[in-house]
Design a binder for this molecule. Structure first.
Ligand SMILES: [Zn+2]
Length: 232
């Protein structure tokens, strides 16, 4: 059905089918009512493909869902695997530090408990990705932002943290989880030109202070072997 406009009391949405491509939030004005700055959409109205429909909804409405962003593969870079976005407040800026490291972790908790912890501002911890035992990949911090996972300032500046869901009762990678982890890591390696030697375990970083990810890779020799057989 192409693209079209959807307007509610709160916002104007640029839609494609049931998803919105862009959302322009309305701001209340002193004289009453509200206004929205629709510069991008104005330009689009003047284009060759203006919207076919405009729907105005009043009263309580459900906000349409944003269209999932599909990142097309750049030449030679495998496409990014699908992720579920669950925002964590626990991040800050990399201040321009380039990404050159991946740190592998285990959650030592279930997926839902891990998500709760990473969503808790008091916990002061997060990771970019959590790879669930089902194979689902949850992204909680944007790659371009700095997550708080390594326990080391410099490493956090330059790394992507990947948690793997595991508990003391459910250790090791499930086949679906391993497939997702490999796809994700291969994508990150290609996207950020990360050398294999910079794919590390958390205990590589904090020698003696943590055993993480012992629930997935019992020893660093296991991890090195896994890298050699699965990522190359
Ligand atoms: Zn860890």
């Amino acid at each position: 059905m192409g693209t079209w406009i959807y307007e509610t009391d709160q916002a104007i949405y640029w839609m494609e089918a049931q998803y919105y491509l862009d959302k322009i939030v309305k701001t209340p004005v002193a004289a009453g009512g509200s206004e929205a700055v629709v510069v991008g959409i104005k330009r689009w109205f003047a284009s060759d493909q203006p919207p076919g429909t405009m729907r105005i909804v009043r009263g309580a409405v459900t906000e349409p869902t944003a269209k999932p962003v599909v990142i097309p593969p750049a030449s030679g870079i495998p496409s990014k695997p699908g992720t579920r976005w669950v925002a964590s407040p626990n991040f800050n800026s990399r201040n321009g530090t380039p990404i050159n490291t991946i740190v592998a972790h285990n959650t030592a908790a279930t997926l839902s408990s891990t998500i709760n912890t990473f969503q808790d501002p008091n916990a002061q911890v997060s990771a970019h990705y959590v790879v669930a035992r089902t194979g689902e990949i949850v992204q909680m911090v944007k790659d371009s932002d700095r997550a708080w996972h390594a326990g080391d300032r410099v490493v956090n500046d330059q790394s992507i943290g990947i948690e793997h869901e595991a508990t003391y009762d459910a250790k090791g990678l499930t086949p679906a989880q391993e497939k997702s982890s490999i796809t994700l890591i291969k994508y990150l390696i290609a996207a950020y030109k990360i050398p294999l030697g910079n794919i590390k375990t958390h205990r590589n970083i904090l020698r003696g202070a943590t055993e993480c990810p012992v629930l997935i890779w019992a020893t660093d020799a296991d991890f090195e072997q896994w890298k050699k057989t699965k990522l190359v």
